[in-house]
Write a protein that binds this ligand. Structure first.
Ligand SMILES: Nc1ncnc2c1ncn2[C@@H]1O[C@H](COP(=O)(O)OP(=O)(O)OP(=O)(O)O)[C@@H](O)[C@H]1O
Ligand SMILES: [Mg+2]
Length: 374
């Protein structure tokens, strides 16, 4: 429940107390709003008194009579507008001065309510105003949050790229200045490390391209029948050289062809990322089992590993951009922390779900489901 604060500015005590009474138990709610809004009413008998109160606390809505004893309503309206005070002004005026009210709306009043009004008229006007104000606030909030997220994303990104660049630059300087002597072999290790950092940057950039493509909804997509078993087989074959180094066994279990109407590239990204993680975060001599099955209109991909596992408190956050679990086991494994975020977004595009079960030290099971669409 949210409360909007209303300030009634009128020299007639009857209007002020009437408004208060009418709005006392009044609540506004719309199907698209998650919450109800109710009202808290304050009163001012003159524009001067209102200004005092506004300086103290800016109300959400001001119901402003024009004909006041000292400063007039329109003058107060002008002060509010000049000072960019974030409040919504609604003029209350008698039918006789309707023209003035129209002018006031041109000068920054949001609306006007003709006086005298019935309780129902006041409520329906306010219902309308509240809806507008709610939407305006939502839009503002989304805009600033969007900017905030973008900013965070860019600062993490520049950090992620700066670290390897600095390292490579350092190595190149050492080599150029022949700091360790004239023999090329001495620098072998530095060259290998530089190449490793470059590889890391390349993956990061490729991941970013995937993300931008998903976020913008652009990129060339081609929807056709794609079979997940084949994609998984290719992913496993690609990872095998890596797996051999770690003495891992990779298995694909699927007894039937499971196909979807989908973009091949997107399905490859999903499966490659899950299998690559299962290999990367595995232990010497471990195994990876990829199971693909179809049942009652649902296609399920399960990627299970016997790796280092993921602590329960990280199960949610590893799906966010750039989040990586920091532990002694992951220290020497490179990655950008974007893989699972991309996977989750892509799964969402196909109205699918992704779920994780994991026991630290024993292994992880990632399960993706898609509703069949063929
Ligand atoms: N199968 C897994 N076993 C253990 N930890 C995992 C597994 N999959 C992901 N993680 C953890 O979740 C983090 C995020 O994974 P994600 O795939 O998003 O990024 P990444 O692997 O670090 O980088 P990349 O963008 O190259 O995939 C990883 O850094 C790792 O800590
Ligand atoms: Mg990954």
């Amino acid at each position: 429940m949210s409360t909007f604060n209303i300030l009634v500015v009128d020299d007639e005590p009857g209007i002020r107390s009437g408004t208060k009474r009418i709005l006392q138990n009044f609540k506004v709610d719309y199907p698209f709003m998650d919450e109800q809004i109710d009202f808290e009413v304050d009163e001012a008998e003159s524009a001067e008194a209102a200004l005092e109160m506004i300086n103290h606390k800016v109300p959400d809505i001001i119901l402003l009579d024009n004909k006041l004893p000292g400063m007039q309503g329109v003058e107060l309206l002008e002060i509010i507008r000049k000072n960019n005070i974030d409040t919504l002004v609604v003029m209350i005026t008698s039918y006789a001065s309707l023209e003035l009210a129209v002018k006031a709306t041109r000068d920054g009043a949001f609306d006007f309510i003709p006086k005298p009004f019935t309780p129902q008229e006041l409520r329906s006007s306010l219902e309308n105003i509240t809806k507008q104000l709610f939407l305006k606030r939502m839009t503002q909030k989304l805009n600033t949050e969007g900017k905030q997220i973008r900013f965070q994303f860019l600062s993490v990104l520049s950090h992620e790229l700066k670290a390897p660049l600095n390292a490579i630059e350092g190595y190149i300087r050492i080599i150029r200045d022949k700091q360790l002597g004239d023999k090329v072999e001495t620098y072998q290790d530095m060259l290998d490390r530089s190449l490793e950092r470059i590889k890391g940057m390349r993956t990061l950039i490729m991941d970013l391209l995937d993300l931008t493509r998903i976020e913008s909804g652009k990129g060339v997509k081609e929807y056709k029948k794609v079979c997940l078993n084949e994609i998984a087989q290719t992913a496993i074959d690609t990872m095998r050289p890596y797996a051999i180094q770690k003495d891992l066994n990779l298995y694909l279990n699927s007894s039937e062809k499971c196909c979807l109407q989908a973009d091949l590239n997107e399905m490859q990204i999903i499966i490659n990322n899950l299998i690559s993680n299962a290999v990367k975060y595995n232990k010497e001599g471990g195994r990876v089992d990829c199971t693909i099955k179809s049942d009652k209109g649902i296609i399920t991909i399960i990627v299970a590993d016997t790796g280092i596992g993921i602590p329960a408190e990280d199960h949610e956050i590893i799906f966010q951009d750039f989040v990586r679990v920091k532990s002694p086991e992951t220290r020497n494994i490179s990655g950008s922390g974007l893989g699972l975020s991309i996977v989750r977004q892509l799964v969402g595009l196909y109205h699918g779900t992704i779920d994780l079960k994991s026991t630290p030290g024993e292994g992880s099971i990632f399960t993706v489901t898609f509703p069949k669409n063929l």
